[in-house]
Design a protein around this ligand. Structure first.
Ligand code: PGA
Length: 256
């Protein structure tokens, strides 16, 4: 059984005080054992948010990492640092990193290796742009991005999470239809099976990300191969994130 994971990616939002108060509110409200919840604040807030979350069901993650453990890499943060700040998870290869900050499949591979080495659970993001979808290149793009997962001992990938985030749905309010999400998730799962085996593919959680909101989460979560959500904008409000984490699969919603 794949336990659903609802993850909040706060991106570059929240000062320290704001971060701690949102974390406290979520700690008080997210108590369901059937769903795993996670928040990923910006680096400066990590240690304080870890403190605020202590004893709660909400896990802590970071939004990126560097692949070296330490050294002369100005501005970068390493896996052991994140681990010592209380992080359990780390997001790798987010499309904003790919589009704005030069992330490549090669750096994704190195970051994945570093995260696994430090015992952090990786959330590797993949997804096509609108131009790629319109040019019918979606499957090719996903296939290429998933190559970054090659070359690991299968047992080390037990904690791997993948996030399918179509770039055209991120921050645009244009959510993929539940059918589009399911189709892509199934494709990813099949690729995992051919890169590794059916066991690994069947155990890996695949999250959907891109304009997930309280009013579309139920329909998306009702899809068989959708195991959770990576939520940006709506994770910044306690009410919205709490409602998303309390999704009710099987409830039909329009995906406007
Ligand atoms: P969004 O962002 O929910 O604001 O579309 C999702 C993400 O980028 O992880």
């Amino acid at each position: 059984m794949r336990k659903p994971l609802i993850a909040g990616n706060w991106k570059m939002n929240k000062t320290l005080g704001e971060a701690v108060s949102l974390a406290r509110e979520l700690k008080a409200r997210l108590k369901d054992d059937a769903v795993e919840t996670l928040i990923c604040p910006p680096y400066p807030a990590l240690a304080l948010v870890a403190e605020a979350l202590r004893g709660s069901k909400v896990a802590l993650g970071a939004q990126d990492l560097h692949w070296e453990d330490s050294g002369a890499f100005t501005g970068k943060v390493s896996a052991p640092m994140l681990q010592s700040a209380g992080c359990l998870y780390v997001i790798i290869g987010h499309s904003e990193q790919r589009q704005l900050f030069g992330e490549t499949d090669e750096t994704v591979h190195k970051k994945l290796e570093a995260a696994l080495r430090a015992g952090l659970k990786p959330i590797v993001c993949v997804g096509e742009t609108l131009a790629e979808r319109e040019a019918q290149r979606t499957w090719k793009v996903l296939e290429t991005q998933l190559e970054a997962l090659k070359g690991f001992a299968p047992a080390t990938l037990a904690t791997l999470v993948i996030a399918y985030e179509p770039v055209w749905a991120i921050g645009t309010g244009k959510v993929a239809t539940p059918e589009q999400a399911q189709e892509a998730h199934l494709f990813i799962r099949k690729r995992l099976a051919s890169l590794y085996d059916a066991n690994l593919a069947g155990g890996t959680r695949i999250l959907y990300g891109g304009s997930v909101k309280p009013d579309n989460v139920d329909a998306i979560m009702a899809q068989q191969d959708v195991d959770g959500a990576l939520v940006g904008g709506a994770s910044l409000k306690a009410d919205d994130f709490t409602r998303i984490a309390g999704f009710k699969p099987g409830v039909a919603q329009s995906s406007e």
